[in-house]
Design a protein around this ligand. Structure first.
Ligand SMILES: [Zn+2]
Length: 356
């Protein structure tokens, strides 16, 4: 699917997307909440967090400016305006501004599960978050599959967790209703090729195009979603599939915590594997399809409980990348401020020397 094609389709489907993605919106609120928490964390001593605190202060002051002006005008015109009203209007104005900003971001994010620009055409294994807030992403490959995918959806729903499903086109084709359900329940659906080719030898351009394009088209037909997340079967990066996806601005998503559920058929063993490899910003690899996955269904509640116990919250891959994007953005701002500070100091020193 071409990017232009995707955009035009997205345009047509915006209304459908917004209407059908109520629960996804809630899902997107999670990282924002996390981000806000990070920003208002005043206890941390790192440069990054110190900068975050400054950002919050600046934003708060900016919000107060119009209210102060209003306060002055009101005082001049009507001395009886109660202080309480002024206080409330300040809080309301601030909340409206925040909500507007969040809605703008939500609109962008829900449009097509889009990932931040810096992660487009990149390969991602994990994103190593520095925040105190721990998040992790559950991903399920090779479905949709009879029984197991829906059992997994039920467990995720019960725990109010959103995950990312890398579907195989031919499996989606024969289980379209399950594919639809994945998206309706607020999860992210992503591309894992049509036939699941995992050999390392170079594939023909036509085959590559068909593996990714046909799956993308079917995902769109069934769910009204376009995806720019691609996971190469077997994590193979050399057969041409990953390169093709990157050329189309897709993010190639690998994993940092392999449950090895395709090999070990024991729920205990795969639970242990995931819990041992969990990390902040980590990506967990599980399978809902491609073979009997009863042990994955059995393990999932324990995996969730174990990760929760370790303090993790669950996010989809686009949410994870958005959180990392903000973290990097804050670090860049801090660096810029530091450079500017050094320049100002140098200038002041120079002026002082000249005076002497
Ligand atoms: Zn696979």
């Amino acid at each position: 699917m071409t990017n232009l094609g995707s955009l035009s389709r997205q345009g047509k489907s915006l209304a459908t997307v917004i209407a059908a993605s109520g629960s996804f919106l809630i899902g997107m609120l999670l990282p924002m909440e996390i981000w806000t928490n990070q920003q208002t964390n005043t206890k941390a001593t790192t440069v990054k967090t110190a900068t975050n605190t400054n950002t919050v202060k600046i934003a708060t002051n900016t919000n107060k400016i119009p209210t102060n002006t209003k306060q002055i005008n009101q005082s001049a015109n009507n001395k009886e305006t109660p202080l309480e009203v002024i206080k409330i209007s300040s809080v309301v104005a601030k909340k409206i501004n925040n909500t507007k900003q969040q809605l703008r971001e939500l609109e962008l994010k829900t449009f097509n599960f889009s990932v931040p620009k810096r992660f487009q055409s990149q390969t991602v294994k994990d994103v190593t978050l520095n925040s105190k807030q721990k998040v992790i992403s559950l991903t399920f490959d090779d479905g949709p599959w009879n029984n197991t995918t829906e059992q997994i959806l039920d467990i995720l729903k019960k725990h109010n967790i959103r995950a990312t499903f890398f579907v195989v086109g031919q499996h989606l084709n024969v289980r379209q209703e399950i594919g639809k359900k994945i998206v309706e329940e607020g999860h992210v659906i992503a591309n894992h090729t049509w036939n699941h080719p995992s050999k390392k030898s170079k594939m023909s351009p036509d085959r590559i195009k068909s593996e990714i394009g046909r799956t993308a088209d079917l995902i769109y037909k069934i769910t009204g979603r376009t995806t720019n997340l691609f996971r190469p079967p077997g994590g193979v990066l050399v057969n041409g599939l990953a390169d093709y996806a990157k050329e189309r601005k897709h993010t190639v998503v690998l994993w940092s915590a392999d449950s090895v559920d395709w090999y070990y058929r024991s729920a205990q063993k795969i639970t242990k594997k995931v819990l041992n490899k969990a990390s902040n910003g980590g990506i967990v690899l599980l399978h809902d399809g491609g073979g009997p996955r009863g042990h994955v269904v059995e393990a999932l509640p324990n995996i969730i409980a174990g990760l929760k116990k370790q303090g993790y919250e669950f996010v989809t891959i686009p949410e994870l990348l958005t959180i990392k994007d903000r973290e990097l953005h804050q670090e860049e701002l801090a660096k810029k401020r530091e450079i500017k500070k050094q320049e100002t100091n140098a200038q002041e020193n120079k002026e002082q020397t000249n005076k002497e």
